[in-house]
Write a protein that binds this ligand. Structure first.
Ligand code: COA
Length: 166
């Protein structure tokens, strides 16, 4: 599997994965009815660094890396990840997470922060903990889970000083 920068041509596959991920309403705040245009702005607007996981020409996941805040908060990165539901549990998320830590370090960020990890998203929380993130805060009932109702969301954070750029 190759992890490489996303191109405009990748968006057809990215849109299909995005649509499948948000359909269940259990991990992201995007409504299942989010438009293709809104998804395009979120993932591929100028200034956004997006990578795809390319398995023999087939896109199985993608992530974006941006400053978490502007100006005086821009030394901390933020990232979002999506793996095709058909490819969950096969190491794609882990490979992209490790790649992201190196890219964030290479870009000069001091830390990486996830602002909104749904507390019931066990696979994401397990993966981020495995990659060295800690839950540094919890937002009570911040997410309207489409099966469970209002549930908490975590802020997860990790400094990057131990990340070795190959
Ligand atoms: C969360 C997500 C990115 C994980 O990617 P993935 O490719 O499915 O995960 P991986 O196969 O790389 O698994 C990595 C680790 O996560 C953990 N994990 C994965 N699935 C799990 C599950 N169902 N339950 C518990 N832990 C799980 C394991 O610790 C695993 O490590 P191991 O293989 O060494 O045991 C992916 O499931 C996804 O896109 N989900 C929908 C969108 C989303 O939640 N994005 C993240 C928002 S914060």
């Amino acid at each position: 599997m190759q992890i490489r920068r996303a191109t405009e041509a990748d968006f057809v596959s990215m849109w299909s994965i995005f649509h499948a991920v948000v359909a269940s309403g259990d991990t992201y705040v995007f409504a299942p009815t989010t438009s293709r245009e809104d998804a395009h702005v979120y993932w591929l607007n100028p200034g956004i660094t997006t990578f795809v996981a390319d398995l023999k020409g087939s896109i199985v996941g993608f992530y974006k890396l941006i400053p978490n805040q502007r100006d005086l908060g821009s030394h901390v990165a933020n990232a979002s990840f999506m793996v095709s539901p058909a490819a969950h549990g096969k190491g794609v998320g882990k490979a992209m997470g490790e790649h992201c830590l190196i890219e964030a370090r290479k870009a000069g960020y001091q830390a990486l922060q996830f602002n909104f990890v749904v507390s019931t998203n066990k696979s994401a929380i397990a993966l981020w903990k495995k990659l060295g993130f800690a839950i540094v805060g919890t937002l009570p009932k911040a997410f309207n889970h489409q099966q469970l109702g209002y549930v908490d969301a975590h802020v997860m954070h990790r400094f990057l000083d131990d990340i070795v750029v190959p």
